[in-house]
Write a protein that binds this ligand. Structure first.
Ligand SMILES: [Ca+2]
Ligand SMILES: [Ca+2]
Ligand SMILES: [Ca+2]
Ligand SMILES: [Ca+2]
Length: 192
């Protein structure tokens, strides 16, 4: 529980900072999840660090595997953290801001769910880093996929249930548990 709590805190810190910093700083579009040098772009090594932190935070029984239960618990916490106005649902703006910082969500987003590593999927121009715009494009698509009834609001239930769709993509050997390697293959793939 303590572990879970610190996970929620560390991942909402960035949003907290956006709130207290002045508007100009917030509009710079930095504060993407994992962008530890705050340069508005997610490098391969930043993405790897973020993936491993998230894995460790969700692996509450520390067996180096993520079960469906552990992921559901983790995602319930993330939904709460994304819901910045605390009305119980997450709008696309809240969702994308959580992952990509204060970027505008006007980016054209297209694409389909598939097993291509998410980092590679985000890095659409293939330059090895993910810009805020690329981040927004991917997470906008993920929002739409999760918004089951297409009302533009993501309930906690919709969010957690969306796991069913992509859990299989993460778990190619279908043993219902995600190893570090499977996790990294899904989120990062090969990058340097
Ligand atoms: Ca960076
Ligand atoms: Ca575990
Ligand atoms: Ca909300
Ligand atoms: Ca909905």
């Amino acid at each position: 529980m303590k572990k879970f709590l610190s996970f929620g805190l560390s991942f909402s810190l960035c949003l907290f900072l956006v709130g207290v910093l002045n508007a100009a700083a917030a509009e710079s579009g930095s504060c993407m999840q994992g962008d530890s040098d705050n340069n508005g772009a997610l490098s391969c090594s930043e993405a790897k660090n973020m993936a491993s932190e998230r894995f460790t935070a969700m692996d509450t029984n520390r067996d180096n595997r993520l079960s469906m239960d552990e992921m559901e618990t983790g995602m319930t916490g993330i939904h709460k953290a994304m819901d910045t106005n605390r009305d119980g649902t997450v709008k696309v703006q809240e969702y994308v801001s959580y992952w990509c910082g204060s970027a505008k969500t006007t980016e054209k987003a297209s694409g389909r769910r598939n097993s291509q590593p998410q980092f590679r999927k985000m890095d659409t121009n293939g330059n090895g880093t993910v810009s805020t715009g690329e981040c927004v494009a991917l997470w906008t698509v993920r929002f739409r996929e999760a918004d089951d009834n297409r009302d533009g609001s993501l309930t906690s239930r919709e969010y957690v249930q969306s796991l069913i769709f992509w859990f299989a993509d993460m778990d190619p050997n279908r043993d219902s548990s995600i190893t570090v390697r499977e996790w990294n293959n899904y989120w990062i793939g090969k990058c340097r």
